[in-house]
Design a protein around this ligand. Structure first.
Ligand code: NAP
Length: 307
């Protein structure tokens, strides 16, 4: 299939690009400069230099696609939600325009939107995709974008919202930050650390995107979690033994953390137990189910990615 991917140089998008290319798909990837274009080309994607906030830079290329996978997020400008909305409007409009048909053309085009479980708020009892939303402040704008995507679904277009857990693997993300702090000798944990993050290994998450692209009946909301329900304290404790020096661990009261990092403190201390029954129903099964249980391997991945 011909797939248009945003965010191919990012944490999630890189893994999705690799998995789509491995799956034999032709991926056009929006990147912001020539250096990143080279990186994407070396991974088997067809780069297109442009910017999410400037639809003219990618509208024409987006027309000729069978599917759209949006993983990009503009975190640096303070206009993240605004740029995200521009991107969704542009991709959905492209997905509704006529396309050229080839032997590999699927019957329905698709648009995938990468959201986050923070739209669910605190969920100390397990919740699935049908749970009511109750977003934390950081994700307060997200439900509108999820609704926009779901409402765009039709007989000709299937639309999907994916809510990945906190991604681990390689050198990035919130778990990568834990490895970094531990390697530097001090891990600050917001709150008492008994909270559970919903988690997912980057390659398992990418496998779900590919399965959803190939599953012509799939639409709606999909959670993506390893369902390990690990407590943050257990993850932090598991890292120390694999380092030359055990790091100190400091539990920072939520109010103190909020004063320093704002709403992100609430995200870090959120307790969430999330299930992914809809993804499992299409045959998806994560290969990893624990950060703590794979701490040595994941620390090795983190070091290799940083090297
Ligand atoms: N990481 C997680 O644990 C996690 C979990 C759940 C949901 N999510 C959500 O998934 C999405 C992606 O997360 P991530 O961790 O992969 O983020 P990331 O590593 O920061 O990657 C963001 C990607 O978006 C691209 N981008 C940013 N602004 C752009 C613009 N104006 N035009 C074109 N491309 C632009 C970046 O390109 P450059 O390389 O040029 O910067 C990069 O490829 C976000 O919406 C995030 O909230 C993430």
């Amino acid at each position: 299939m011909r797939i248009f991917l945003t965010g191919a140089t990012g944490y999630i998008g890189r893994a999705v690009l690799d998995a789509l290319v491995r799956g034999g798909h032709q991926v056009t990837a929006l990147v912001r400069d020539n250096q990143k274009a080279k990186r994407v080309a070396s991974r088997g994607g067809q780069p297109l230099v442009g910017n999410l906030g400037d639809p003219d830079s990618y509208r024409a290329a987006a027309d000729a696609q069978d599917g759209y996978v949006h993983t990009a997020y503009d975190d640096a400008t303070g206009r993240g939600p605004v740029v995200d909305r521009i991107a969704l409007d542009t991709l959905i409009a492209a997905a509704r325009r006529p396309r050229t048909v080839s032997a590999a053309t699927p019957a329905r085009r698709f648009v995938f939107y990468t959201s986050e479980p923070w739209v669910l708020g605190r969920t100390s009892d397990p919740v699935a995709e049908d749970a009511p939303i109750n977003p934390i402040a950081l994700a307060s704008w997200r439900p509108d974008h999820e609704r926009l995507v779901i409402a765009a679904g039709s007989a000709e277009l299937r639309t999907i919202v994916i809510r990945p857990g906190v991604v681990y693997g390689g050198g990035d993300g919130m778990v990568g930050d834990l490895f970094k702090s531990a390697a530097n000798g001090l891990v600050r944990v917001v709150g008492d650390g008994n909270n559970r993050w919903p988690l997912i290994y980057d390659r398992d998450l990418a496998d779900l995107y590919v399965r959803l692209a190939q599953h012509e009946d799939a639409s709606g909301i999909f959670h993506a979690n390893d369902e390990g329900d690990e407590r943050l304290n257990d993850i932090v404790s598991a890292i120390g033994p694999h380092l030359a020096h055990r790091p100190d661990v400091r539990h920072v009261p939520l109010d103190e953390a909020r004063a320093k990092m704002g709403d992100y403190a609430d995200a870090l201390s959120l307790d969430q137990v999330v299930r992914s029954p809809r993804a499992r129903a299409i045959g998806w099964a994560p290969t990893l189910h624990s950060v703590a249980g794979n701490a040595a391997r994941l620390l090795g991945e983190w070091k290799a990615a940083r090297a």
